[in-house]
Design a protein around this ligand. Sequence first.
Ligand SMILES: C[C@@H](NC(=O)[C@@H](C)NC(=O)CCCC[C@H](NC(=O)C[NH3+])C(=O)[O-])C(=O)O
Length: 351
Amino acid sequence: PQDPGPDMAGVRAALTEATELGAPGAMARYDGPDGALSEVVGEREAGSGLPMDTDAQFRIGSVTKSFSAVVLLQLIGEGAAGLDDPVNDHLPGLLPDDRITLRHVLNHRSGLWDYSNDMFTQTVPGFEAVRNEVYPLQDLVGLSTAEPLTVEPGSAYAYSNANFVVVGLLVEHLTGQSLAEAYQERIIGPLDLAGTAYVHPENTMPGEHIDGHLTPDEAGQPLVDSTEQTASWAQSAGAMISTPGDLNRFTSGLLGGELLAPEQLDVMLEVMPTDDTGTRHYGLGLRRYDLSCETSVFGHTGTVQGYYTYAFTTEDGEESLAATANTSNNGVVNTALGETLEAAFCGAEAP
Ligand SMILES: C[C@@H](NC(=O)[C@@H](C)NC(=O)CCCC[C@H](NC(=O)C[NH3+])C(=O)[O-])C(=O)O
């Protein structure tokens, strides 16, 4: 059937719902064969009257995991490592179990404990305790390996930020570069992502940016401005900043074959179910969502204090959508924001 094109009214309705449910602002940008379409609702800073702006930077959280996975897969394609190598072959003694491979940390089947569960049991105190800290990646791995594995390596999907901290250490080790240099040289430069940066350990966003607002656990408490933060607890698992247009350029370039050789892109897309809905899957640093209109979209979600993000594209990379809301710790906002995917990729209901 003729692709109906994006239902931008539906995208706007989802963004509006996200703001009605607690986000000061929300925005989305669709890029397709006929160009770009954007929608902005609400404010970039609560009470400021300043509108959201799809040219502005924000914190993309775990969408960073897809950037980290691309770099490691490029290195694998260059022969610097094997996907089924034990991590400990490259980083001796790092992990407590030699059976954990590069594939396991890329597809969340290592069993490594997610230390962020301990950090953020209480949302605002946990955030305040870490927001300006700077952690060596090894120390974050240490927080994980202080706890037992949650599953036998390779036996089941168990999402953990620790996995992509290990990916970051592998990238540093295999390139001899910093993460910032590796992201810049291998992704940001080649795709000319002028609004994308790995600013860690800085706690500010250099350019025009969106403010983040963390929702406290206690109902009725005021939002906490979380704009300034190092995100050092996340780093290669969640510390990147970007813009909606750059995220669309990244996801469409990735699925369009501009960043990985076919062999590595194919293995990145080898997904397994992450829940029992049958519509949510994870490959290597990449999610696949199966939408109601028989369309599958590929990308990643992000949750970092003050920011929810969705960044997805079609399998051919022809259509992409990036959406963000500037609050977090508010599940109904996240769910509403996610409705932009159906509107953008399944388009307007047939009249
Ligand atoms: C889900 C998403 N994951 C990420 O983006 C990673 C970087 N974020 C997290 O693991 C959430 C940390 C807590 C956030 C905090 N929540 C709490 O503190 C809860 N007590 C908040 O909501 O801001 C993904 O992979 O798709």
